[in-house]
Design a protein around this ligand. Structure first.
Ligand SMILES: Cc1cc2nc3c(=O)[nH]c(=O)nc-3n(C[C@H](O)[C@H](O)[C@H](O)COP(=O)(O)OP(=O)(O)OC[C@H]3O[C@@H](n4cnc5c(N)ncnc54)[C@H](O)[C@@H]3O)c2cc1C
Length: 320
């Protein structure tokens, strides 16, 4: 059995989410007795970054570096990954359960006719090969088996640690990208992205999140952003805050947003709906600030403060 790990890249560099997928691959290899390869697809400069992935026990690190992959759209990466999958004799494929993986993996699963398991949190082999994954917004952790054992796995990064380094380095080789593949039907034109001056939400050590009571974007940025900056953390938000235009889309934490598990999660003015909890309840330490002592967020909080956030958060920021 062989697993192909698809590294997450932005075209120019390999993103940290790849590391937890490599940990999954190491655990999958121990559970199955199989091996794993890593595929990195990106623009020409990605070639120089491949050696960083060679210390984790992969049988091979393969690099598809081409100008046409400088902006890795789903159809392009799926085309090269499916081709490498077939040629390398892989039986399963894994990628991070990020926007990248969620976009690309279902396409690859369809092309290769593999069953898809999303958000895998653990793999083991006691009575056959089993996988843990959340269901019903994380209220149930299901243990599932695949028919035939091979699949396409999106890996929940917050459930895996950084990979164990191995002493021998994996050989790095190049693979060709066929730009004329008929399945490629999109062309990248441009991207509009907000400039990020804070750590990435899904990998930050500290996340400070705000909800609906922040009222407007300026207050949100001053109160929530102010504390996050003092703690060197990222900023998160509820869907209610995003929907009311208080916070940008990419900050949404939860079932339909990002899944985070930082060392410290501070929830200010957040009720604690199941949909929000689905994205943050695995955080190591949860601090909740809410005026309502019966707010559900206090059921998952390690520390709770019944107080007006407009007073509590600036006071905390001042003390930090
Ligand atoms: C299909 C679906 C998917 C969803 N996905 C998500 C998701 O991914 N993420 C998400 O967050 N939500 C999601 N939601 C929405 C979710 O159900 C809740 O509506 C939302 O999380 C509530 O956000 P909130 O806590 O900011 O607002 P509210 O529910 O309005 O809660 C505000 C809280 O702030 C407290 N408060 C008020 N004033 C103050 C103050 N001055 N100081 C301190 N506390 C104060 C209140 O007591 C209350 O507990 C989803 C819903 C659906 C149906």
């Amino acid at each position: 059995m062989k697993l192909l790990v698809l590294a997450e890249t932005d075209g120019a560099s390999i993103l940290p989410s790849t590391l937890q997928t490599i940990t999954f691959a190491q655990e999958w290899s121990s559970a199955t007795g199989g091996t794993f390869d890593i595929l990195i697809a990106g623009g020409p400069e990605i070639e120089g970054k491949a050696a960083d992935q060679a210390g984790y026990g992969a049988q091979r690190v393969m690099v598809a570096a081409a100008p046409e992959l400088a902006h890795p759209t789903a159809d392009r990466v799926a085309a090269v990954a499916s081709q490498v999958f077939r040629e390398s004799g892989a039986s399963s494929i894994a990628a991070p359960s990020s926007t990248f993986g969620r976009d690309i993996l279902p396409r690859i699963a369809a092309v290769l006719d593999l069953p898809m398991l999303s958000d895998v949190m653990a793999v083991s082999n006691q009575n056959g090969l089993t996988f843990k994954r959340p269901m019903f917004a994380g209220n149930i952790i299901a243990i599932v088996q695949l028919e035939g054992e091979n699949g396409a796995f999106s890996v929940r990064g917050t459930a895996f640690a950084k990979p164990q380094p191995k002493c021998s380095a994996s050989p790095v080789s190049s693979v060709a990208f066929v730009a004329a593949d008929p399945s490629i039907k999109t062309t990248w034109l441009s991207i509009e992205a907000a400039e990020q001056k804070r750590p990435e939400l899904t990998t930050a050590r500290v996340v400070v999140s705000g909800g609906r009571p922040l009222k407007d974007a300026e207050t949100f940025e001053r109160v929530i952003g102010g504390l996050a900056d003092k703690l060197g953390g990222a900023v998160g938000a509820t869907r209610a805050a995003v929907d009311s235009g208080i916070a940008p889309n990419e900050l949404q934490v939860g079932q339909t947003g990002k899944v985070v598990a930082p060392e410290l999660y501070i929830a200010a003015g957040i009720s604690g709906s199941v949909q929000h909890l689905a994205g943050m309840k695995e955080s190591k330490v949860i601090v909740a600030i809410n005026t309502d002592p019966d707010a559900p967020i206090f059921e998952v909080a390690d520390y709770g403060l019944v107080m007006d956030l407009h007073q509590a958060v600036p006071e905390m920021t001042g003390k930090v």
